[in-house]
Design a protein around this ligand. Structure first.
Ligand code: NAP
Length: 316
């Protein structure tokens, strides 16, 4: 492993929370690095239209929003590397990040790795992934023109994406395990009024059927236990997300459900280590909120570094 590369602030992740933190940190003339495992943008880059991010009355596509944020960060001198962080160690006020290629040292680290789609863990799901099973309507919806689809989940994502999928599909069946939905009322009303959408409440998918591609699902009513099959060519699963915090087990052995607790400055119990966006417990999981958390964490990180220097714990 080469010698560690020094920065003031390293941001792990490349979604809106991370990029907002990068803009603030870079503009404050902190030597700032963004480490992202695949490409900038995070989950938002897969979102076709964002209608509730302030300043865009007509809405904005996810990739455009994050491309603009990344350009803004680059303008302030922020560096970006596509490398996956595999380990974090804390040595006094210094954090050491290991990736497959390099090692980085910084007093402040902002964790913004986001979250991955939660799986149903039913037979057929992994076998038929990419052959009709999908976790991204924007990516895969256009493949299903005129086809019948099943959407699983009852949150904002499930209903919003089900509405989007009606642009392509002949019918969208929303399968949800309860009879009430946690999605915002506006999405519930829109979905209920859409002639292409049908609901299967109090029902779970217990098997995804098909050999080479999805041919249907086996549903079970949670109260009556009745089982029935319905034909479909695609199954879109939107049942929440799991934060990407597994490489932090050595730092936070007791972390709650994978999400990280912070104080009001977004700092975790480890001084100089911040968490924002979907990795943070009690996060609102909204782009506007994530961006706000990014700004707060960057300001707090800078203040924390200054305080450490003033106390002689870090070199000036
Ligand atoms: P979510 O709100 O956590 O909803 C997950 C849904 O999946 C719930 O309906 C849940 O059922 C169901 N579910 C969970 N595990 C399941 C399982 N094993 N089998 C079957 N169903 C299961 O997740 P989300 O919809 O992805 O939303 C995440 C956050 O992003 C939320 O805060 C949401 O408000 C926000 N968001 C906002 C917008 C927007 O346009 N404003 C759009 C997308 C997301 P139960 O209800 O029974 O728990």
């Amino acid at each position: 492993m080469p010698d560690p590369i020094e920065y003031d602030i390293v941001i792990v992740g490349g979604g809106p929370a991370a990029l907002a933190a990068a803009i603030y940190a870079g503009r404050s003339e902190m030597r700032t690095l963004v480490l992202e495992r695949s490409g900038l943008g995070g989950q938002v880059a897969l979102t076709h239209a964002i209608e509730n991010y302030p300043g865009f009355p007509e809405g904005i596509a996810g990739p455009e929003l994050t491309t603009r944020m990344a350009a803004q960060a680059a303008r302030f001198g922020v560096e970006t590397r596509i490398e996956e962080v595999t380990r974090l160690d804390v040595e006094g006020p210094i954090k050491i990040l290991t990736t497959s290629e390099n090692c980085y040292r910084a007093p402040a680290v902002i964790l913004a790795m986001g979250a991955d789609p939660r799986k149903l863990n039913v037979p057929g799901e992994s076998e038929l992934r990419g052959r009709g099973v999908s976790y991204c309507a924007t990516c895969d919806g256009p493949f299903f023109r005129g086809k019948k689809l099943v959407v699983v989940g009852g949150g904002d994502t499930a209903l919003k994406e089900a509405l989007f999928l009606t642009h392509f599909a002949s019918e969208v069946v929303i399968v949800h395990r309860r009879d009430t939905f946690r999605a915002e009322k506006i999405y519930q009303t829109e979905a209920a009024g859409n002639p292409k959408i049908r609901f299967e409440p109090e029902t779970v998918v217990q098997r995804i059927l098909g050999e080479q591609k999805v041919e249907g699902v086996e549903l079970r009513h949670v109260k009556s236990e009745a089982v029935k099959k319905i034909d479909c060519e695609g199954v879109f699963i939107f049942v929440g997300r799991i934060p990407n915090t597994s490489f932090l087990k050595n730092v936070f052995p007791k972390q709650h459900g994978g999400q990280l607790e912070t104080d009001r400055d977004m700092m975790t119990c480890e001084p100089g280590l911040f968490a924002i966006g979907d990795v943070r417990q009690y996060s609102y999981r909204q782009i506007a909120a994530a961006v706000g958390e990014g700004a707060m964490a960057a300001i707090a990180a800078e203040n924390w570094i200054s305080a450490q220097k003033a106390e002689g714990k870090l070199k000036r």
